[in-house]
Design a protein. Sequence first.
Length: 389
Amino acid sequence: MLQLNKANICEKAVIDEKMGSFVMDGYFYVLTTIDLFVLCFMCILTYLSESLSEKQKRGFFLAYLMIAGISVLEVITVVVDGLPSGYRWLNIVSNYLGFGLSPAVSICLVYVLDRKTALRRKIRIAVCCEIAYLMFLLISIPYGMVFSVSVDNIYSRGPHFYIYVIMYFGAILYLSISTIVTAREFQNRSRMLIYPLILFVMAETVIQIALPELHVTWLCITLLSVLYFIYCNEMWNQLDALTGLLNQNSYLKQTREVKYNKGVLVVFDADDFKQVNDCHGHVKGDLCLADIAECIKKAYADFGYCYRIGGDEFCVLLKNGAKEEECKQEFLRRWTEKRRKFTFFPTVSYGSAPFSDEDIAVVKDRADQDMYQYKKERKKHHAPSLTDV
């Protein structure tokens, strides 16, 4: 009687285990279906986007394609694992591609960050690292270093599974640092939101490693890519396309119905800029504006927000008025170097006004008057020289 009870208990345990496995697998298939639907929707949204360049669209498309492909590969590994040995090759190939391509998703998203057509050196190095990792993973398959599939077609982690974990976390860290640097370069005010995104992915990855039967990694990566798309679009919508400074719309939103009680508003204007366009063409005129913006950003961005608010008009919301003279001299030095290189570059007039708990429009008017007075005094007393700002 006791033996019969034990047999019944064992049988019930086996049935419960099978039912639990069936429920988990069914849950996983539903998640994958949702995952693929979201990725298809994001592809359409990316295609219709008017704020993304063609290069950035390619980066997002490639990232979505990889996430979808790896999600399908993970389904294949679950389905074929434990089937007759004839399916062993499919189990090996699916695991190899899944483990091998995972770090490449982050590289695709880093590629999206840069609006330039050419690949930067750091991205090229990351691509080379990914290729080297794929080659290593391929060579290691017979030895079961990262993962192994037995002759009975049963998958298991290898003794050096940590290599994959290092590559995966390294790719996420690379994406995180690149995003933080880019957000800082573009003066994105929402860059603190990057940190919870990083923590979200890191926490989910740790859970997946500890509980591999959950299969939630790629759904979370899909969610990350969606949030990343939203975040990047918001960041780029704040920028002026030519100069990379914050645009007029961002300036208006930042200053609308806001009163400041400290800091300084600094304004800039290129002198006789129309002559640059008329005499040298709009291409060189655009080069001039981009270089003025670069000098402003490098001189002021650490202490305030830099904007292009009109054709050749720029301004800075400088948080610390004590830094005004230091930043001005740094801008002067940089712009003087630019004018030595490009002799058609004009002088730049400068004006400022401190905030005193009043409407920004009033402060802007005072800063403009200071700049016009600067122009008038300079023209009255002497001809512009290379050292004029």
